[in-house]
Design a protein around this ligand. Structure first.
Ligand SMILES: [Fe+2]
Ligand SMILES: [Fe+2]
Length: 231
């Protein structure tokens, strides 16, 4: 199970024994201070890896004083689809804003103080990279439900999954570059940042163009109106 670390927002991967319950799972925490248990109290979204397939789940605390959660797997209906479309746009707007803020700060770093560039990027990466990794992990879980409801989206979803992996590798490379001991050419650092930012902007645009109409039920609405217009 992956949760968002309640302290840092970083993804936390934990092996949790779950018991099947209806269409979802029950998970019991061994201790009150089990990190994943505390994470879910703060942010109740989890991604469950079940037989190698990621699933988005919503965690609801168990009643009766039991220390655990009922994990309800995402199932896509019309209302859920519209809600996910809205969340996707909100998260993309936040991530785009963070990218723009990082870029304008980097632009403002004087050439003489170029060592500050690395520090600035590292500061941004702590919040931005963690937020982005959680966003992609949660999307990978949601894609499983979206694929089931909209099989026509399989090629687009596969491309998006591959892009998540590419971005994840690029972020790890950037992080290693920033944390590393050696001197880093500031131009190279800036180019690396722009390469990742450009790739992300294209990824967000492709995701929105391909997923939003289906999630909002616009595809179905068009075909229904087309049927209505037939003689
Ligand atoms: Fe994505
Ligand atoms: Fe996204």
């Amino acid at each position: 199970m992956t949760t968002a670390d309640a302290g840092t927002g970083r993804p936390r991967l934990t092996h949790v024994d779950c018991r099947r319950s209806g269409s979802g799972y029950l998970a019991y925490a061994p201790d009150a201070d089990s990190p994943w248990y505390e994470d879910l109290l703060v942010s109740p979204q989890a991604t469950l890896d079940i037989d190698g397939v990621p699933h988005a789940a919503h965690a609801v605390p168990l009643e009766g004083g039991e220390r655990g959660f009922s994990l309800r797997l995402l199932e896509l209906d019309a209302a859920r689809g519209r809600a996910i479309a809205g969340q996707l746009l909100v998260h993309h707007a936040e991530l785009r804003e963070a990218l723009a803020a990082a870029r304008s700060e980097l632009d403002g770093v004087p050439v003489a103080g170029r060592s500050g560039l690395r520090r600035e990027l590292l500061g941004h990466c702590v919040t931005f990279c963690n937020g982005l990794r959680m966003h992609h992990l949660r999307e990978d879980g949601a894609f499983t439900a979206i694929e089931k409801a909209h099989p026509g989206l399989v090629p687009a979803l596969n491309r998006l999954r591959e892009e998540h992996e590419t971005v994840s590798r690029a972020l790890l490379d950037l992080d290693a570059l920033l944390q590393g001991e050696g001197e880093v050419e500031s131009t190279a650092l800036r180019e690396e940042f722009e390469r990742i930012a450009g790739g992300l902007e294209a990824h967000f645009a492709y995701e929105e163009a391909n997923l939003l109409p289906a999630l909002r039920g616009e595809g179905a609405a068009v075909s229904l109106s087309q049927l209505g217009n037939e003689p």
